[in-house]
Design a protein around this ligand. Structure first.
Ligand SMILES: Cc1cc2nc3c(=O)[nH]c(=O)nc-3n(C[C@H](O)[C@H](O)[C@H](O)COP(=O)(O)O)c2cc1C
Length: 168
């Protein structure tokens, strides 16, 4: 069984989440391909799909949105899971409106997606441009990288477990 892990990442932190998901799925005994969302031509070679994107200004990356659209027919026929990565800063101040792109959960449901999780994100170590700099300045050091690797690995292990059940 081969799983595609596809992602959209501007500054690398979502790519690292996708790498960890892929490594965990491999450790669980699955075949895995890790690709940037825009590099995927066809889902034909894959039995299951994990798609993720960084969230910027309440939106998924264009490549991930395009992936959902381009491959919608194939996605309807395969088990697939979705993750977003975004929230940084003090979790007490998380704004639900910013965490999950509006309508994404609806779209994933409509295509038969088996789950959507939101992982914490990371402020770039070397912020570029006014927006990133303004954002980075307001975030205390300890909340700059909110990716929880145990949570990320556990989610991948759960996907592997479900795939075994689907197969049997
Ligand atoms: C300008 C800007 C806007 C952002 N907007 C959101 C947002 O709407 N929701 C959210 O959860 N995170 C937001 N973030 C945090 C990013 O999603 C986070 O830094 C993420 O880890 C970036 O992923 P990447 O390194 O893969 O590009 C924003 C970050 C920046 C710099």
């Amino acid at each position: 069984m081969t799983v595609l892990v596809a992602y959209s990442s501007k500054r690398g932190s979502t790519a690292e989440i996708a790498e960890t998901l892929a490594a965990t799925l491999r450790r669980e005994g699955l075949g895995v391909c890790l690709e940037r969302a825009e590099d995927v031509r066809s889902l034909e070679p894959y039995d299951a799909v994990v798609l993720g994107s960084a969230v910027y200004m309440k939106r998924w990356g264009g490549e991930a949105k395009h992936f959902l659209k381009k491959h919608r027919k194939a996605l309807r026929q395969k088990p697939f899971w979705v993750f977003s990565s975004g929230p940084v800063g003090d979790p007490a101040n998380d704004n639900p409106d910013w965490i999950e792109p509006p309508k994404l959960a609806e779209k994933v449901d409509e295509l038969g997606g088996r789950g959507h999780v939101v992982f914490g994100g990371r402020v770039p170590a070397e912020p570029r441009g006014l927006m990133e700099k303004a954002m980075a300045e307001g975030v205390p050091e300890r909340f700059r990288d909110r990716r929880d690797w145990d949570e990320i690995r556990a989610w991948a292990a759960e996907i592997a477990r479900q795939l075994v059940l689907i197969r049997s």
